[in-house]
Design a binder for this molecule. Structure first.
Ligand SMILES: NC(=O)C1=CN([C@@H]2O[C@H](COP(=O)(O)OP(=O)(O)OC[C@H]3O[C@@H](n4cnc5c(N)ncnc54)[C@H](OP(=O)(O)O)[C@@H]3O)[C@@H](O)[C@H]2O)C=CC1
Ligand SMILES: N[C@@H](CC(=O)OP(=O)(O)O)C(=O)O
Length: 342
C-alpha cells in the first residue's frame, strides 16, 4: 500500500523535530515536505534543524530542502502544524482552504465550535465535527487539533474515571521547560527555582477539558458539566509534565477501585501504530511516577499514574512534546485515516 504523504510546518522547531522523530519509518505516513521560516528555506533540513533530540537525525529527512510555509510549495495529503500560535491562526485555514488536512498542535483553533479538539482514547466521536466544519467553512480540507500538553495528560486519566461521575477536578501542574520552547526561558530564571505562572495555561486546562469531555450531538459539542480548577508551575525539568490531580467523584470510589479502572482502561486502539500498549501505566511505588524515569514509557505516549489516594488524589505524568504535542497529533492523524478522513 502506498504511504500517505505528509508535510511538517515548523519542522525545524522543538515540536517539529518531535514530529520528524514520530514519523520516521512510520508504516502509513511518509514525509514529503518540510517547511519553516525564510531563515531555513532553500537549505537542507540537516543543515538548519539544529537537532536537539538525543537520537540520530533520520537519514530520510537530512537532505530534504526546507520550503517556506506556502500550500503551493507542499505536496502532501496532511500537514502537521508545529507553528507559533499567532502564525497558525492565518496559515492553518489557508492550508485547509487549499484542501489539506491540518493536524495542529497550536492553540489557535482548539476552542472553535466546529473544530475537533481530539484525543483518540477519549473523544473519538468528536471527529464528526469535521463534517460540520467542512459544511460551515466551505473548504475541502479541515483542521483538527490536539490539546494543550497539560490538558491531555490529565484528560487521558479522567476518561476511566467518568464511570464514577466526575463532579469537580483540581489540578496543580509541574511543567517541563521544553514546553516553553528551546529558547523560551532563561537558565537564570528556572535553575534552582520554580516559576508559579505560565501565561494562559490555567485557562486552557479549564476550558479545553470541558470541551474534550463534552457531549457531541452530531452538530455541536455541549461542554461537560463538571468544574476544573488549575494551578500551573514551571519546574527545572527538561521534558515531562507532572500533575497532582484531586478528583471529586459522585460515587465515592475507593483508591483500589480507581487503580483498577486505570489498569483496565483499554480504548481498543492497539491497531493504530502510535498507540502505546498501555495508554495508562499504574505505578505502585510510593515515589513514582517521576519525569526522568517515566516520561519515555510507551515511546513517550503512555501517561503514568501513581500515588492513588483517598480523595481521590493521584499523580499523572507524561512526555509533554510527545504525548503532549507531536505524538498526539500523529495519533489523531492515524485515527483520521482509520475513519476515512484521509
Ligand atoms: N500541544 C501542546 O501543548 C504543545 C504545543 N506547542 C505548540 O507548538 C508550536 C511550536 O512550538 P515549538 O516547537 O516549541 O516552537 P519553536 O520556536 O521551537 O519552533 C517554531 C517553528 O516555527 C517556525 N517559524 C517561526 N516563525 C516563523 C515564520 N515567521 N514563518 C514561518 N515559520 C516560522 C520556525 O522556523 P525557523 O527554525 O526557520 O525559524 C520553527 O520551525 C507552538 O504553537 C506551541 O505553542 C508546543 C508544545 C506543546
Ligand atoms: N504552554 C505549554 C506548551 C504550549 O505551547 O502549549 P499551548 O500549545 O497550549 O500554547 C507549556 O508551557 O508547557
Amino acid at each position: 500500500m502506498a504511504k500517505i504523504k505528509v508535510g511538517v510546518l515548523g519542522a525545524t522547531g522543538n515540536v517539529g523535530q518531535r514530529f520528524i522523530q514520530a514519523l520516521d519509518n512510520h508504516p502509513w505516513f511518509e514525509i514529503s515536505a518540510l517547511a519553516a521560516s525564510e531563515r531555513s528555506a532553500g537549505k537542507k533540513y540537516g543543515e538548519v534543524a539544529d537537532w536537539k533530540i538525543g537520537t540520530e537525525i533520520p537519514e530520510a529527512v537530512e537532505d530534504i530542502e526546507v520550503v517556506t510555509i506556502d500550500p503551493k510549495k507542499i505536496d502532501a495529503d496532511i500537514v502537521f502544524s508545529a507553528l507559533p500560535a499567532d502564525l497558525a491562526k492565518t496559515i492553518e485555514p489557508a492550508f485547509a482552504q487549499e484542501g489539506f488536512v491540518v493536524a495542529s498542535n497550536a492553540a489557535s483553533f482548539r476552542m472553535e465550535e466546529d473544530i475537533p479538539l481530539a484525543i483518540p482514547e477519549v473523544n473519538p466521536d468528536h471527529l464528526g465535527l469535521i463534517d460540520v466544519q467542512k459544511k460551515n467553512r466551505k473548504w475541502d480540507g479541515c483542521i483538527i487539533t490536539n490539546p494543550n500538553c497539560s490538558t491531555i495528560m490529565m484528560a487521558v486519566t479522567l476518561k476511566p474515571l467518568l464511570q464514577f461521575g466526575i463532579e469537580s477536578i483540581n489540578v496543580a501542574t509541574m511543567q517541563a521547560i521544553s514546553g516553553a520552547g528551546y529558547n523560551g526561558i532563561y537558565a537564570m530564571s528556572i535553575y534552582d527555582n520554580v516559576v508559579p505562572y505560565i501565561g494562559g495555561e490555567e485557562e486552557k486546562i479549564q476550558s479545553e477539558t470541558l470541551k474534550i469531555f463534552g457531549d457531541f450531538d452530531g452538530s455541536k459539542v455541549k461542554n461537560a458539566p463538571f468544574k476544573v480548577s488549575a494551578s500551573c508551575h514551571r519546574v527545572p525539568v527538561i521534558d515531562g509534565h507532572t500533575e497532582a490531580v484531586w478528583a471529586t467523584l459522585a460515587k465515592n470510589p475507593k483508591p483500589e477501585d480507581v487503580r483498577d479502572a486505570f489498569l483496565k482502561f483499554d480504548p481498543g486502539l492497539s491497531h493504530l501504530p502510535t498507540e502505546p500498549k498501555h495508554p495508562i501505566i499504574v505505578r505502585d511505588e510510593p515515589d513514582r511516577p517521576q519525569p526522568r524515569l517515566d516520561r519515555d514509557m510507551g515511546n513517550g505516549m503512555s501517561v503514568s499514574v501513581g500515588r492513588i489516594r483517598e480523595g481521590i488524589r493521584y499523580i499523572a505524568l507524561g512526555h509533554n512534546t510527545i504525548r503532549g504535542a507531536a505524538g498526539a497529533s500523529v495519533l489523531n492523524a492515524e485515527l483520521l485515516k482509520e475513519k476515512g478522513y484521509l
